[in-house]
Design a protein around this ligand. Structure first.
Ligand code: AHR
Length: 321
């Protein structure tokens, strides 16, 4: 399933890309702007808000771009319609943060026929790599693995009932984080009671957790929420049920947003794996390189860390998102 992460993925290349377009120049403004259509997933999470800001800052006029921004409210068909519209507008490049992995072939073939390069940002897709120029994002499989290894180590030999709140069904992070997590907990005494989607939103996390708490009263000891926002929503449900998050139910999440690290610092989460949303400068650099005829790696992976309570407390004062 992981097609392009098997390709070249070097932090060094990303670091170069990230430094390539940080400052605008007055000469850029006098040149013809590069018109870029960006098909964003929507605005489901704090991570997504930070990612949108990062993209808008990098694809600025000062940096030589005109950005046409579309947020698809996490509807795959709306996102494909946005890409069609970018093709009809004859943009110079298209950037996609794909809601789901599948369904992209036809529109990508149209973009290719129109000679408009497509760049994948954040999320991977299942189409052939020949249909897009490159991808830049985080290693979701590794994030899931890191979360799972923490859970396995944390429970030790104690039998533990877990529930999972998944991200958007069919999205690369939901698929890959589950794969990584499940492989990492193999051989541990963790039993998955249930796993349902909360669509990467706080409201979704709260609703799903309420359902779990009703269905499995006093049975849940561990929650894996595939992003911070769903974990934060779950906190409300856990507290409303008279339980103490972080103690009665241990919680591991992914993203590392300011709100997520605050919950960890306060002991309501127990571990947070980072997923860096600040991808804009790197993507803008890749767009410029490809339009200038330079060859770029097919896959570019951001570097992510992970946080326990002390590390979250130390990181919070300078956290950028
Ligand atoms: O694709 C990255 C994921 O999408 C983030 O983990 C989540 O918060 C976001 O909505």
């Amino acid at each position: 399933m992981k097609r392009i992460l098997k390709g070249v993925a070097t932090a060094g290349i990303l670091a170069l890309a990230l430094t390539g377009i940080t400052a605008g120049s007055s000469s850029a403004a006098s040149k013809k702007l590069i018109v870029v259509g960006f098909a964003q997933t929507g605005s489901e999470s704090g991570w997504r808000a930070a990612n949108t800001l990062s993209m808008k800052a990098a694809f600025s006029k000062a940096n030589g771009f005109k950005l046409i921004f579309n947020a698809a409210d996490n509807k795959p068909e709306a996102q494909i319609a946005a890409v069609h519209s970018f093709i009809n507008q004859r943009v110079n490049a298209i950037v996609i943060a794909a809601v789901v992995e599948t369904g992209w072939d036809n529109v990508l073939k149209e973009a290719k026929a129109a000679k408009i390069p497509v760049f994948l940002e954040d999320r991977t897709i299942s189409s052939a790599p020949s249909l897009y120029a490159t991808w830049l994002g985080d290693n979701f499989l590794k994030e899931g693995t890191t979360a799972g290894l923490w859970a396995k180590q944390m429970v030790g030999t104690t039998p533990t009932n877990m529930v999972v709140i998944e991200g958007t069904t069919g999205s690369a992070p939901a698929i890959d984080r589950a794969t990584g997590f499940n492989a990492a907990i193999k051989g541990s005494p963790i039993v998955t009671l249930d796993s349902q989607t909360g669509n990467f939103t706080r409201a979704g996390g709260k609703t799903v957790m309420e359902g779990f708490l009703q269905k499995y009263p006093k049975k849940i000891q561990l929650l894996f929420a595939q992003n911070d926002d769903m974990g934060l929503g779950a906190l409300d449900a856990i507290k409303a049920a008279g339980l103490i998050p972080g103690k009665d139910i241990k919680i591991v999440t992914i993203d590392g947003t300011h709100d997520g690290l605050t919950a960890l610092s306060q002991g309501e989460f127990n571990y947070v794996v980072e997923c860096n949303p600040l991808l804009g400068a790197g993507v803008a650099s890749l767009v410029k390189a490809v339009l200038a005829g330079k060859s770029v790696p097919k896959a570019n992976t951001a570097l992510d860390g992970a946080f326990d309570q002390a590390q979250a407390t130390a990181a919070l004062p300078t956290r950028k998102y």
